[in-house]
Design a protein around this ligand. Structure first.
Ligand code: ATP
Ligand code: MG
Length: 393
């Protein structure tokens, strides 16, 4: 009996002229992952991608796991293939379903028939397969409203499929469909999650990390490389750029009012990030800010920071609680790395009483005490790129 993996991408993303572009992006992503696992053919038909192993020895478990990472896929299931003939569908259902229903107490059957030439209607087909399951597994019962497992029979143009226990896919939009953004990636919990959220909406990412050696360490940088690697599992290849803020931070410490350090630094970060975004073709910045989380994330502070940007600053976590952010960080596997206790440049020379209600004129007056252009030009020259590709990419 032949088994395949079915990936459903739903109708939402397929409207209008974008359909073929989205499908091509999805196909490319699934093929890229399939090539890592083994030999599979990948094709699509009727809002479903069919991933078919080309030999008996392919690792279906791993292919299934990989498929769960694909943005734009809303449902995923392993399925047995049958001929479009009732006799064969019965044979396959009998052989395939008992293992898939093991442990369940109740089930329902849904049938879908996109080939209207098929002699049975969908309700007839569902009743037929339901009866067959009850014969094979008499301890089970039918529950149409709260089944433990939903069995599906699909009659499609090219074949029939029998499956049970479809799971949710990663959702979102196909990677590459949402433009390019530059993620400000610190070693913290929030920014990797912010990047994940945007990638899930189709955005490809470059990342920028600011360091302040010797106040921050090589280990702190290594942690960010690990985070970018971790994210690449979902978000595709991420180019990681690094800029040193040491001189800027020392100048701020020497010449500006302490209460303004953090805000002044954040404005420098934003201006340098905009330069970097321009260089790597990113139309927007992405940060992990969440309203009210720290002094620099009050609305007034965000407004003052935003003023320094020449392009949109996307803050996908702005309305998200820390607890929810932590939950996602755990799900995407960045949490354990994020909580390693290395210092971040934002915590170097931290003011005792950071301004939470900054006055823009006052901030600009503080900036006038510095030769910002020279300082930022010098910082810009420190930039370099780090390879953050996972080994298997
Ligand atoms: P995170 O957990 O992402 O570090 P945070 O709660 O510590 O966020 P801040 O330190 O105020 O908050 O940083 C807010 C955002 O600014 C971060 O989410 C990140 O996008 C960006 N940022 C902060 N520090 C750095 C850094 N060293 N390099 C690059 N971006 C940074
Ligand atoms: Mg931080």
């Amino acid at each position: 009996m032949k088994e395949v993996i079915l990936l459903k991408y739903g109708e939402i993303i397929l409207k209008g002229a974008n359909r073929s572009r989205f499908e091509a992006l999805l196909l490319r992503e699934v093929k890229r992952r399939a090539a890592r696992v083994g030999q599979f053919s990948v094709r699509y038909a009727q809002s479903t991608m069919v991933v078919e192993p080309l030999t008996d020895g392919e690792d279906m478990e791993e292919m299934y796991r990989q498929s769960k990472y694909v943005f734009g896929i809303v449902g995923i299931t392993r399925a047995a293939v049958a001929e479009k003939d009732m006799e064969d569908i019965r044979r396959v259902a009998r052989a395939y379903l008992p293992a898939r229903l093991a442990g369940a107490r109740c089930f329902r059957v849904e049938a879908k028939r996109s080939d209207k030439q098929f002699p049975l209607t969908s309700p007839e087909l569902a009743a037929e397969i339901g009866g067959l399951i009850l014969e094979e597994m008499p301890a089970l019962r039918v529950d149409l409203t709260h089944p433990d497992v939903t069995v599906r029979v699909e009659i499609r143009d090219h074949a029939a499929y029998v499956h049970a226990g479809q799971e949710k896919g990663a959702g979102g939009m196909p990677l590459g469909s949402g433009g390019r953004g530059l993620l400000l990636l610190s070693g913290g919990i929030d920014s990797p999650v912010a990047g994940y959220r945007m990638a899930r909406r189709g955005m490809t990412l470059d990342a920028l990390y600011f360091e302040s050696i010797p106040y921050t360490s090589e280990l702190a940088r290594q942690k960010v490389v690990t985070l970018a690697r971790c994210m690449a599992e979902y978000c595709g290849r991420i180019r990681l750029h690094v800029i040193s803020l040491t001189e800027i931070q020392e100048a701020l410490r020497d010449r500006c009012e302490e209460d303004y350090f953090t805000l002044l630094l954040r404005r420098c970060m934003i201006r340098l990030a905009c330069r970097m975004a321009e260089e790597c073709g990113a139309a927007a910045l992405v940060t992990g800010e969440s309203l009210g989380q720290v002094a620099s994330q009050t609305l007034a502070a965000i407004c003052v920071t935003e003023e320094a940007a020449d392009r949109p600053v996307l803050r996908p976590l702005i309305g998200t609680d820390k607890e929810e952010i932590v939950q996602t960080a755990r799900e995407i596997g960045t949490f354990e790395t994020s909580i390693l206790p290395y210092e971040d440049c934002c915590t170097v020379f931290t003011p005792r009483h950071p301004k939470t209600q900054p006055v823009p004129e006052k901030v600009r007056a503080q900036e006038a005490l510095l030769d910002l252009t020279a300082l930022e030009d010098a910082a810009w020259e420190t930039r370099f790129a780090v390879n953050a590709d996972p080994p298997e990419l």
